[in-house]
Design a protein around this ligand. Structure first.
Ligand code: BES
Ligand code: ZN
Length: 924
C-alpha cells in the first residue's frame, strides 16, 4: 500500500519547474548533436538557432510517391502527387525539403485547372522550400504534384546508399532510408513534422532482380514501360502516419519468414546466403508481437512486418512502421559464431523497435519535446519483453547496471538537463537522443510502473493507446490515462522527475524503539561534485519501498516521500534485523545509510540473502558517494570485502566497471601496478571457480560471467590466464581448435594487450577474413588494447580505412582512447588531425557526438576540451552543450583522484580482510 498521498503544496510548486559495448571501451553510447563541427577553433557560446514550425494553412491527406533510384549513379528521381487540404487561402505552400532539386511543381484544386508554381524558394538553413503560385489557392482539397531529383548520399541519412559485397566478392550498393528525426525531407518534399500525419501510397521503380521493400505489403509488380530491366513495385496504402516512419529499401537480400500467433506475416531479411542468421530474430519477433498485443490489448495494425539488416547504418535500429531496419550486429545471429551477449542485444533491440510499432507509430509524440516518452518507454518495455521471452537472462538486474546507473551517473552532473526539453531546429532534435531520454526515461517509467502496479499500468496504457491511436499525444496525455487507471497522483509525481534535472540522495538513519524501527529520511539533490549547496534545493516526490531481513524480496512498507524530511515507523522489526531502502533498485534515487545501518547490511551481502539487484544497487551507490566525496573510498573498498562470495554476473559486471574507473584513474599515478594486483586478487577466486570451459548445466549468465572475469584477469596480466589465452589463441589461429564465440573477446583482448606487432597483424588478418560483422566488430573493439605507440598509431589509421564500416570507426577510436594512457592522448590527437575527414564522413550526424563523448580520463584532456571544444560554437546544441557534460565528469573523476592521493587512512586499510595487500599500498 502506498501511504502518503501527494502534498498539494509541494505538488503545485514542483509542477511548474522548469535527455553495449564492453565496459573496457569506456565509450559512452548515447547519441546527440548533429552539428556544424567543421573546425575546432576557439569561439564564444553559440546562439540558439531560430526555428518556426510549418504553417498550418496547407496540409497533406495522402502522399502518392514514386521513387526511381539509380544504384550505379547514386541519384534518384521522384514524383509526388499529394492530396492536400488548403485550410486557408494562400498563394504559397511551405514544405520541408533538403538536398533535393525540384523540377516542376503544380497544384490542381479538385475539379479545377492545374496551377503551376512559378518559384521554388529554398531556405537551406531551415530545410524548407516555399512554392509560389501565380494565383491564390482557395480553401478545399486538391492535388499537389512535384517532380524532383536527389542524390543517394553516403551519409547514412535520408535516402542513402549502403555498400555490400556479394558472395562472389563483387561490391554493390543498396538504396535504403533513415528518416528519423528530420531526414524524410532529403528523400521527398514533405511536411516533415511528427504531428502532420497522412497516408502513403508508395511505389518504387527498381532493377527487376532486386528486392524492393516498403512499410506495406506489395500489391502490384509490373514491367516498367521505359526500360525492360526495371519493374515498378506498388505497395498497399499505409495507415495515417508520420513522415519519419516511412521507409524503403532496394537491394539484394534473402529472408526467413513465419506467421506470428496473431496472424502477422513476419520476415527477417539478411544479406544473400545468410538467411539462417535471421532465425533467432525471427523467433524473437514472432513471440514479441503477440506479447505486445496482449500487453496493450491493441492488435498490430499492419498485415506484415519486415526486419532487415542494413550494412551501413548509423543508429542501432529504426522502427519504421512495418519495415524495421537494423545494423547487421543488432539482427543477425550465427549459432556458432555469435556470443551470448549478442543474442541478448538482438533480443533487446527487436523488443525495443517492435514496441515502437504501438508506442510511437500508432500513437506518435506531438513534437520532439516528447521524444523521451517514445524512447524511454521503448527502452523500458524492451526489458519486459525480453524477460518474457528469456527469463533465464535475468534481464532486469542487467537493466540496473546498463541503464539505471548510467543515467544516474550523467544526471548527477551540474549540466545535465531535464528529461523533457523544448526543442525546435532539427539540429537540436538529434541532440535529445541521449542517455537522459533513453536511460533516465526508461528508469523513471520503471519506477512509475512499480508505483502504479502492473494491472493498472496496463489498463492505463490501453486507455492511452486507444484514445490517441492514429493521432499524436504529449507526455501529459499519458499521465492522464495512467492517473485515470490508477487513481494515483501520476502527473504530480512524474513532473518532479521529467521537468527538473537530477535526482535525490535519500539519507536514512534508524532507531530501535521497542519492537519497532523508526527511520528518519531526508532528501537532497545528489550532485556528482559533492553535497548540494545553495538554497531552494529541488525536491522530488519519491516512491520509496522498504524491506527487512525478515523477507528481503518483499516490501514491508511503501511510502511516497513528498517532503524534504519524513519519519517512518516500521512495526515489529527485531533489533538484529537489517532494513534496506529501494527494494529491487527501482526508485530513481541514491541512498546514503548511517554507518550503523550500512554495517548491518553487510552480512546480507555476504550470505547473499540480499537479492542480487539490491546488492548491485547498494554497491553502486557506495562507489558514487565515494566519487562525490560524500563518503570515503576506503569505506567502499571495505564493503567490497563482503562481495567475496558473489556469484551473480551483473553484480560482478557493475563492480568491475567501478573498479575499472578506479584503475584507469590510478593509471595516472605510481599505483597502477598495485591496482592491477588488486584486480587480480579480486577476480582470481571467481575465475578459478568458473574455469575456461562451460560445465554441464551452465546457462547464459555463466557464459557472460566467464567472459567478464577472464577478460579482467587477462587484461590485468594474471599469469595463468595470460598463458592459457595465448595457448588458445594460437590453436584458434592455426585452426586446431576454434575459440567459442563467448571466449573470443576476452582472449583477443588479453593477447593484444600483452602482445606485439605480430599479434596485431594476426588480429588484422582475422578481421579481414571474418565474414560476419559481429566478429569484425569484436576485433575492432579490442584493437585499442595494444600498448606500443607505433601499434596504437596503426590501429588509429586502420579506424579510418576502407576495412572499417563508417559507423564503426567510432568504436575503434574509442577502444584506443579507453585502452591505455598513451592511447588516450594518441586518440585525441588523431581526432584533431583528422577532423575534416571525420566531420565529412558523418556530416554532423550523431556518430560525431558519440566520438566526442568518448570518455577520456587523462587529466590534461579537460583543459584541452575547454579550450578547443567545450566553447566551440560548432559542438553541441546552442544551449545544451553536451560535451561539457563529459568534461565535468572527467573533472569530477580528477577531483576523486586527488582525494585518493591525499587519503592517508592507512590504519583502516590495514584492517581490511580483502585479499589485497595491494590496496594498502595504493592509498599510503
Ligand atoms: N528511434 C530510434 C532510432 C534513432 C535514433 C533514430 C537516433 C534517429 C536518431 C530507435 O528506436 C532506437 O532507439 N534505436 C536504438 C537501439 C535501441 C535498442 C536502444 C539505437 O539506435 O541505438
Ligand atoms: Zn527507440
Amino acid at each position: 500500500m502506498w501511504l502518503a498521498a501527494a502534498a498539494p503544496s509541494l505538488a503545485r510548486r514542483l509542477l511548474f519547474l522548469g535527455p553495449p559495448p564492453p565496459p573496457l571501451l569506456l565509450l559512452v553510447f548515447s547519441r546527440s548533436s548533429r552539428r556544424r563541427l567543421h573546425s575546432l577553433g576557439l569561439a564564444a557560446m553559440p546562439e540558439k538557432r531560430p526555428f518556426e514550425r510549418l504553417p498550418a494553412d496547407v496540409s497533406p491527406i495522402n502522399y502518392s510517391l514514386c521513387l526511381k533510384p539509380d544504384l550505379l549513379d547514386f541519384t534518384f528521381e521522384g514524383k509526388l502527387e499529394a492530396a492536400a487540404q488548403v485550410r486557408q487561402a494562400t498563394n504559397q505552400i511551405v514544405m520541408n525539403c533538403a538536398d533535393i532539386d525540384i523540377i516542376t511543381a503544380s497544384y490542381a484544386p479538385e475539379g479545377d485547372e492545374e496551377i503551376h508554381a512559378t518559384g521554388f524558394n529554398y531556405q537551406n538553413e531551415d530545410e524548407k522550400v516555399t512554392l509560389s503560385f501565380p494565383s491564390t489557392l482557395q480553401t478545399g482539397t486538391g492535388t499537389l504534384k512535384i517532380d524532383f531529383v536527389g542524390e543517394l548520399n553516403d551519409k547514412m541519412k535520408g535516402f542513402y546508399r549502403s555498400k555490400y559485397t556479394t558472395p562472389s566478392g563483387e561490391v554493390r550498393y543498396a538504396a535504403v532510408t533513415q528518416f528519423e528525426a528530420t531526414d524524410a525531407r532529403r528523400a521527398f518534399p514533405c511536411w516533415d513534422e511528427p504531428a502532420i500525419k497522412a497516408t502513403f501510397d508508395i511505389s518504387l521503380v527498381v532493377p527487376k532482380d532486386r528486392v524492393a521493400l516498403s512499410n506495406m505489403n506489395v500489391i502490384d509488380r509490373k514491367p516498367y514501360p521505359d526500360d525492360e530491366n526495371l519493374v515498378e513495385v506498388k505497395f498497399a496504402r499505409t495507415p495515417v502516419m508520420s513522415t519519419y516512419l516511412v521507409a524503403f529499401v532496394v537491394g539484394e537480400y534473402d529472408f526467413v519468414e513465419t506467421r506470428s500467433k496473431d496472424g502477422v506475416c513476419v520476415r527477417v531479411y539478411t544479406p544473400v546466403g545468410k538467411a539462417e542468421q535471421g532465425k533467432f530474430a525471427l523467433e524473437v519477433a514472432a513471440k514479441t508481437l503477440p506479447f505486445y498485443k496482449d500487453y496493450f490489448n491493441v492488435p498490430y495494425p499492419l498485415p506484415k512486418i519486415d526486419l532487415i539488416a542494413i550494412a551501413d547504418f548509423a543508429a542501432g535500429a529504426m522502427e519504421n512502421w512495418g519495415l524495421v531496419t537494423y545494423r547487421e550486429t543488432a539482427l543477425l545471429i550465427d549459432p556458432k559464431n555469435s556470443c551470448s551477449s549478442s543474442r541478448q542485444w538482438v533480443a533487446l533491440v527487436v523488443g525495443h523497435e517492435l514496441a515502437h510499432q504501438w508506442f510511437g507509430n500508432l500513437v506518435t509524440m506531438e513534437w520532439w519535446t516528447h521524444l523521451w516518452l517514445n524512447e524511454g518507454f521503448a527502452s523500458w518495455i524492451e526489458y519486459l519483453c525480453v524477460d518474457h521471452c528469456f527469463p533465464e537472462y535475468d534481464i532486469w538486474t542487467q537493466f540496473v547496471s546498463a541503464d539505471y546507473t548510467r543515467a544516474q551517473e550523467l544526471d548527477a552532473l551540474d549540466n545535465s538537463h531535464p528529461i523533457e526539453v523544448s526543442v525546435g531546429h532539427p539540429s537540436e532534435v538529434d541532440e535529445i537522443f541521449d542517455a537522459i531520454s533513453y536511460s533516465k526515461g526508461a528508469s523513471v517509467i520503471r519506477m512509475l510502473h512499480d508505483y502504479i502496479g502492473d494491472k493498472d499500468f496496463k489498463k492505463g496504457m490501453n486507455m492511452y493507446l486507444t484514445k490517441f491511436q492514429q493521432k499524436n499525444a504529449a507526455t501529459e496525455d499519458l499521465w492522464e490515462s495512467l492517473e485515470n487507471a490508477s487513481g494515483k497522483p501520476i502527473a504530480a509525481v512524474m513532473n518532479t522527475w521529467t521537468k527538473q534535472m537530477g535526482f535525490p540522495l535519500i539519507y536514512v538513519e534508524a532507531e530501535q524503539v521497542e519492537d519497532d524501527r523508526l527511520l528518519r529520511l531526508s532528501q537532497k539533490k545528489f550532485c556528482a561534485g559533492g553535497s548540494y549547496v545553495g538554497e531552494d534545493c529541488p525536491q522530488w516526490m519519491v516512491p520509496i519501498t522498504i524491506s527487512t531481513s525478515e523477507d528481503p524480496n518483499q516490501a514491508k512498507l511503501k511510502i511516497l516521500m513528498d517532503k524534504p524530511e519524513m519519519n517512518v515507523v516500521l512495526k515489529n522489526v527485531k533489533p538484529d534485523q537489517w532494513v534496506k531502502l529501494n527494494l529491487g533498485t527501482v526508485g530513481f534515487y541514491r541512498t546514503q545509510y548511517s554507518s550503523a545501518m550500512l554495517e548491518s547490511l553487510l552480512p546480507g551481502i555476504r550470505d547473499l540473502s540480499l537479492p542480487p539487484v539490491d546488492r548491485l544497487g547498494l554497491q553502486n551507490d557506495l562507489f558514487s558517494l565515494a566519487r562525490a566525496g560524500i563518503i570515503s573510498t576506503v569505506e567502499v573498498l571495505k564493503v567490497m570485502e563482503a562481495f567475496v562470495n558473489e556469484p551473480n554476473y551483473t553484480v560482478w559486471s557493475d563492480l568491475s566497471c567501478n573498479l575499472g574507473i578506479l584503475s584507469t584513474l590510478l593509471s595516472h599515478t605510481d599505483f597502477y601496478e598495485e591496482i592491477q594486483e588488486f584486480v587480480k586478487d579480486v577476480f582470481s577466486p571467481i575465475g578459478e571457480r568458473l574455469g575456461w570451459d562451460p560445465k554441464p548445466g551452465e546457462g547464459h549468465l555463466d557464459a557472460l560471467l566467464r567472459g567478464l572475469v577472464l577478460g579482467k584477469l587477462g587484461k590485468a596480466g594474471h599469469k595463468a590466464t595470460l598463458e592459457e589465452a595465448r595457448r588458445r589463441f594460437k590453436d584458434h589461429v592455426e585452426g586446431k581448435q576454434i575459440l567459442s564465440a563467448d571466449l573470443r573477446s576476452p582472449v583477443y583482448l588479453t593477447v593484444l594487450k600483452h602482445g606485439d606487432g605480430t599479434t596485431l597483424d594476426i588480429m588484422l588478418k582475422l578481421h579481414k577474413q571474418a565474414d560476419m560483422q559481429e566478429e569484425k566488430n569484436r576485433i575492432e573493439r579490442v584493437l585499442g588494447a595494444t600498448l606500443l605507440p607505433d601499434l596504437i598509431q596503426k590501429v588509429l589509421t586502420f579506424a579510418l580505412s576502407e576495412e572499417v564500416r563508417p559507423q564503426d570507426t567510432v568504436s575503434v577510436i574509442g577502444g584506443v582512447a579507453g585502452g591505455s594512457k598513451h592511447g588516450r592522448k594518441a586518440a585525441w590527437k588523431f581526432i584533431k588531425d583528422n577532423w575534416e575527414e571525420l566531420y565529412n564522413r558523418y556530416q554532423g550526424g550523431f556518430l560525431i557526438s558519440r566520438l566526442i563523448k568518448v570518455q577520456w580520463l587523462t587529466p590534461v584532456i579537460p583543459a584541452l576540451w575547454d579550450a578547443e571544444v567545450g566553447r566551440s560554437p560548432e559542438v553541441g546544441s546552442s544551449r545544451l552543450s553536451w560535451p561539457t557534460c563529459y568534461q565535468l565528469r572527467d573533472l569530477q573523476l580528477i577531483k576523486w583522484l586527488e582525494r585518493l592521493r591525499l587519503s592517508s587512512r592507512v590504519t583502516q586499510l590495514l584492517q581490511l580482510s580483502v585479499p589485497s595487500s595491494s590496496v594498502v599500498k595504493i592509498f599510503c
